[in-house]
Ligand binder design. Structure first.
Ligand SMILES: C[S@@+](CC[C@H](N)C(=O)[O-])C[C@H]1O[C@@H](n2cnc3c(N)ncnc32)[C@H](O)[C@@H]1O
Length: 292
């Protein structure tokens, strides 16, 4: 179907308003390949009609279809490897220690260490964190790092995304074997998944550590806070500078003092918001909230 210059401009604005995703001048092909099925399915005669029909409350269903079509949900277990290695080796012990000290100083028990996988797609990142935590807990008696007895219950992971389809799959926790093979060892595959027909389903202990919620990060989310660690990986690349800055500010607000923000490997911040300090942990860059 033909996509005029004006229609391209209008569609880009619709996408921007719905998701914050900024499509560059060269993305005509992407719009055509992703949105054309919506035109066919809804028997719309042009992109101009899609723009018109997707406006306002009456256009909610079409808005959902546009969000699902335009978002890139590429993810994998233990994506990039080293952030998860550093999480287990350095960040997790540090976060546990900080939380323990903080809680003890105000006379409270450890409670739960809270982690947010913002833009979690189909849950692979959140489940990778949960599996890494369980592995860490298992080796605790040997490394003797923690003065308290940690269990899976000591951790709470929030996984959120704008895509309801991605969240649906994340909630089911059911994957094809090829999805597991992208990032998981055979050992973890057998240990943390149950095979049924062509699928592998995450074990209930891991599943219970993760809570799923639909959150559009360009909308306000001030009530989502108190996190010790926030991961927002491989999303900011889709946004323009202003949107990136706004989202990072809001993510920093959702952290506790001393909390850690982790972005994708190619998403380092050029300007640091006040109270955020960059540090290198092995091959991984993280940002600590210092509060000063
Ligand atoms: C490329 S995936 C990255 C998934 C995971 N963080 C990782 O690194 O493997 C980007 C995810 O961001 C989600 N997304 C896009 N726009 C969003 C928005 N405005 N708010 C929340 N999530 C969004 C997409 O649905 C998609 O699942």
């Amino acid at each position: 179907m033909n996509l005029s210059d004006q229609e391209f401009k209008d569609i880009r604005l619709v996408v921007l308003r719905l998701s914050g995703i900024w499509l560059g001048e060269d993305k005509q092909y992407l719009i055509r390949s992703r949105l054309e099925p919506i035109l066919r399915l809804n028997k719309l005669s042009s992109y101009a009609e899609l723009v018109l029909r997707s406006a306002g409350i009456a256009g909610l269903a079409l808005q959902e279809e546009i969000i699902e079509a335009i978002t890139t949900k590429e993810t994998s277990f233990n994506r990039d490897g080293h952030p998860f290695d550093e999480f287990r080796r350095t960040l997790l012990p540090e976060l546990i220690r900080n939380k323990f000290d903080r809680q003890r100083s105000i006379g409270l028990p450890f409670g739960k260490l809270r982690i947010w996988s913002a833009a979690s797609s189909t849950g692979n990142e959140a489940y990778s964190l949960a599996m890494t935590i369980l592995e860490y807990i298992e080796t605790q008696p040997q490394n003797g790092l923690n003065p308290i007895r940690l269990t899976a219950d000591s951790f709470q992971i929030l996984a959120s995304d704008i895509s309801e389809q991605a969240l649906q799959k994340a909630r089911e926790g059911s994957y094809y074997e090829w999805e597991l093979d992208r990032g998981l060892s055979n050992e973890w595959k057998l240990k943390y998944f149950e095979k049924s027909d062509s699928h592998f389903t995450i074990q209930p202990t891991i599943r219970a550590m993760v809570e799923f919620k639909r959150i559009n990060l360009i909308k306000p989310f001030a009530d989502i806070n108190g996190f010790d660690l926030v991961l927002c990986r491989n999303l900011l690349i889709y946004f323009d500078q202003n949107t990136r800055r706004e989202i990072v500010d809001k993510l920093v607000n959702s952290l506790t003092q001393g909390g850690i923000l982790m972005l994708g490997a190619s998403e380092s911040l050029t300007v640091l918001p006040k109270g955020l300090v960059q540090s290198q942990v092995g091959r991984t860059v993280v940002y600590r909230k210092t509060g000063t």
